[in-house]
Design a protein around this ligand. Structure first.
Ligand code: CO
Length: 208
């Protein structure tokens, strides 16, 4: 696609929005009060708004390679704190996806330079679940399962934060783990057991 086409598309989109509601952009400019924080992969095929069917203003989005929540990543932690403590979202979603290149790369024994410390987080997920993963016969199934376990562990990383613990106590904020199946377009809810995870980690990670 030529870059000029992007601006032509934008013009067309503006006209579509205005023809449905002439105050559309005036209303958008007033502020945001999204219900969701979405943390997903940067993969170009997994666009948060499209797969959730939401409009501008409805979801606060953070995307990085393999949808990781790392406690020393100032970027994701800033997004999390802003969304939870200021925008007061009530749901946080970690959305992984099958065929995730980041997870695939973490399964390969090779030096990927600056990506090494980032992908280390996924290798750590593998180590935590080594027994289950090594018991899986085919590489494809192991890959799919690691994608799911990675989502689960990132949800746990969210629950370890003071912002999430406090917002859960104060207003019942919840964390959800999803996987987007690129083959079918379907969003799969991994049904993360928030209360049980919270209870099990509070012995060590209680901050609030
Ligand atoms: Co990905």
């Amino acid at each position: 696609m030529h870059i000029e086409q992007v601006f032509a598309n934008n013009e067309k989109w503006i006209q579509e929005k205005l023809s449905a509601n002439k105050d559309y952009f005036n209303e958008l400019a007033k502020g945001q009060a999204p219900e969701f924080l979405y943390i997903g992969c940067s993969d170009s095929r997994v666009t948060a708004e499209d797969i959730m069917g939401v409009q501008p203003g409805e979801v606060f989005v953070h995307r990085n390679i393999a949808n990781l929540v790392n406690s020393v990543d100032l970027n994701v932690m800033s997004v999390l704190n802003y969304a939870v403590r200021h925008l007061k979202v009530n749901h946080i979603v970690v959305c992984g996806h099958y065929y995730c290149g980041g997870v695939k790369a973490a399964m390969q024994p090779s030096d990927l330079g600056i990506l090494n410390p980032w992908l280390r987080n996924i290798r750590d997920v593998y180590r935590l679940h080594k027994e289950e993963l090594n018991a899986i016969n085919t590489e494809d199934e192991r890959y799919n399962r690691l994608i799911e376990l990675n989502v689960q562990e990132q949800c746990i990383n969210l629950i370890k934060t003071a912002a999430v613990q406090q917002a859960h106590k104060e207003r019942g904020l919840l964390v959800h783990g999803w996987v987007f199946d690129i083959r079918s377009g379907r969003l799969i809810d991994l049904k993360i057991d928030f209360p049980n995870i919270l209870a099990s980690i509070m012995e060590i990670y209680k901050l609030s």
